[in-house]
Design a protein around this ligand. Sequence first.
Ligand code: GLN
Length: 477
Amino acid sequence: MELEKLTCHEIHKLLRSNEITSLEVTSAVISRIEAVEPNVHAYITTTFDEALEQATIVDKELGCGKKLSPLAGIPIAIKDNMCTRGIKTTCGSKILHNFIPPYDAFVIQRLKEAGAIIIGKTNMDEFAMGSSTENSYFGPTRNPWNLDYVPGGTSGGSAAAVSADETIVALGSDTGGSIRQPASFCGVVGLKPTYGRVSRYGLIAHASSFDQIGVLTKDVTDAALLMKVISGYDLADSTSVKIDVPDYSNYLEEGLKDIKIGVPTEYFAEGIDPEVKSTILQAVDLISEIGVRCDDVSMPYTEYAIPCYYILVTSEASSNLARYDGVQYGYRAGSSLLDMYKKTREEGFGGEVKRRIMLGTYALSAGYYDAYYLKAQKVRTLIKQDFDNAFEKYDALITPVSPFPAFKIGEKINDPLQMYLADIYTVTINLAGVPAISIPCRFSKDGLPIGLQIICKPFDEQMLFKIAFALEKILTE
Ligand code: GLN
């Protein structure tokens, strides 16, 4: 049996019936990483020794008959912007290349309590800025389906690791699509929860009012299991919300009776690759055929999403990144105080990060604040209202994840505007703070995966799981 190819729920069963051990699973994943990493480069840091040690502990507990959480003994990869105590956390940047956090992020604490095995930290665009994982100080990750192509970004390392069986499950973060777009490009499941569902404590900030931690998995069932473990209120994150976390797994088999789905016409307009369009519309036809009502719906403010997103995100980022000055964290250059500030930031940050700091500082500056930042905040409210209106009539929306399948490494890296346009169907979701999932739908004629996005009301992740599970079944039949 190739253990690294299994899902979390399959492994859990085999562990419980003593047919396999966590040590065997962990060793299988490590061998796989050793075999494919020279090509894929999904990881920045691996933690094999600690992982093997942890696996032995879980096996002992299993031997004593201890009841285990579904994640116990399961290897998991963590995007390198989540703080892991004693394990280097670089955020894909030179400025944090040697940063070893003295504490664990909330989600890491939860994973450890559940007995999950951290196998390594995955590659990402520097400070989670980008759409291709080409902006990493540590070099690009490659798409396991075709090594000439990008895995998507910014959680490209996590998506590639799951897709190439270099881990069983992974965590990513999503500010404007960074879980869903790489999930779509790599043919895996990726879920961005409602803003406030998962604590951001210990997640290195990109844009605080957008960032959410979420999951990348091989199937919808695993996503439900992992989301249950990482969700919930945390006193240390004032934006986390005190709402019960349902047992998502219980909703998977509920079926689609009485569900109404909206299909926003603006998400199929000019610029979309015809193959992506037909793939998603065919999937909509398939669910209509089984009796689910699917209607066209209009979300008129969609066209303002990209400019609105990039004004707000760069503004928040320019403020969040002010803390990297050579004094407290990571890289330090220069001699005198002013020289240190200048040189540390000049040498420590890459091109895209500097571009965003400049854009954001400009949008926030006294003379331009009203014209850009304030205006964008108002547009954000209108975009949110588009969703509120749609959810008055529909339980969920179905859209593409990205206007095109994965593109070639190098194809867009020198054209930031083209790169920003890759996010057109994902940033709206973060602007509105609603949850969304990307599930694999079909392959393009070039053999690259195409994902489908399902969007639901805030804190209605149950509905996402219900629809995603049913659709996963239909699409794989
Ligand atoms: N591509 C988007 C950006 O560059 C999204 C990033 C993200 O979700 N972290 O901002």
